[in-house]
Design a protein around this ligand. Sequence first.
Ligand SMILES: [Zn+2]
Length: 562
Amino acid sequence: MVIELPDASDLSSHVHFTPEQGKVWLDEQRGILQTLPAMAAVWGEIVNSIGIERSRNLFMRSGFRNGQVDAELARKHRPSASITDLFLAGPQLHMLRGMAKVVPSVLDLNPADGHFLMDLTWIDSYEVEISLAETGALDLHVCWNLLGYACGFSSSIMGLSILFKEVTCRGCGDAQCRIVGKPLAQWDDAGDYEIFTSSDSLIETLYDLQARTVSSSPNIDEGEEKIFSTLVGESDVFKKMCAMANKVATSRASVLLTGETGVGKEMIAKGIHLHSDRSEMPFIALNCAAIPQELLEAELFGVEKGAFTGATHARKGRFERAHTGTIFLDEVVELSPRAQASLLRVLQEREFEPVGGTKIRSVDVRIIAATNEDLEEAVKLGKFRADLFYRLNVFPLHIPPLRERQDDIPLLVEFFLEKYESLYTTKTLGLTDRAMGHLLHHPWPGNIRELENTIERGVILTEKNQRITADSLLSGTSEAQSVDIETTIDGLTLPPPTNDSHSSWTDTIFEQSISMEAVEAELVNKAMALSGDNVSKAARLLGLSRPAFAYRLSKLQAPNSE
Ligand SMILES: [Zn+2]
């Protein structure tokens, strides 16, 4: 049965084009005309960037909001219509917007007792057109925005949560797009509705992705066994460190990991988590240097709806998500004074307040912090709270730099070779002796991460069934380049470093009393110049992580800001 739609001129008469003012209006709201090919390209980029699942959620939420807006419009322009005609303004506005032709076949509703059942067909859904143009037929339903709209409009008119599901969709090869809507409580699986009420906003999605990229340290996805076994190596210093980590894992004490950039702090933190009685619970990692200061507090403790402009939804912070599990805070020295105070409160009282909130939340989270700066020094400088330092420093664990565990290099090389040969589906014959000799004597300022990058490069540059040469390991590294680069400090041209201590430029630095800050500033500036102001590249040149480098760079750019 097809339900007859009422005359739509009461709605369509509110579409206005005022080209002389550069505006298109739907009632009192401004819109724009966009064509499908352009939208298709953007759709494709979004899906490729953030994945199907997140894109679907994003478009559904967008449709949901549009549906809510149109429910207002319907109420305004059909003030005295029957409930059925009022409701049918939804499908009619949807058609007016050019989304699809809507053909309702069942509409049975009674706001008084919350009864609702609707069954309808979409003809020529714009989302089907877009996805077919971009990717061809998919194996899933694609009318995300349309579906969100149906839920938003219906829920708003009915004053209760109505969930629609797409039963068949032309986007995945079905003959037509058909949806069915019922009150949320009548669906067995009501989880889909959470998309509209969840806090998984786009900005959070982007931060998640960013945090994951920044914190994805080597082997974090390896199994539990590998974290404490394959990578332990054989050196005494590393075995001692692992024994300590094992010991503290079973307690609930806070742990402070120290060590240079690239030594694998997140890996150790994850290892401690997996060896604790929280191993089944979430492990949430956050690099405090990777999030802008002004957003860090919101990221950690969440945001209450309306806390600031744009905070249209409450959003859970990392602490809430880490509840009953472990949170790993890398580069903890980056926390602002306010964030430090909040963190101290979590440690002391096990509670916090979201940004803009007044309700106190309790949380049970084990904290593992890490730093590659000297935290005690930061305390002396007044940059880091002493009381927080002592709370975090309950169990300090120093992770030795790679140069102190040279015995482990062959094992690590073997491990990374296996990893990257499998990743690039190739097989080398291993390293030449000269190449291995080079690795054993390299100082590894970037530690394990630098070693891993070096091996990856070697695997990429080496033909199948050939040996990895020293040249292939060195190409593109700071070491290879530094041979040709002369460094200028305070107007003084320095020769490249050599093993002859008399001509070493390090002697010149001491003779001329050039400060450490000046050397660091010079290195940072030079790296930026060499990399064409690309921060990631510049960081790699110095064997630093991007955040660590960015931190040093910001210190240079704002020398008096602290
Ligand atoms: Zn569809």
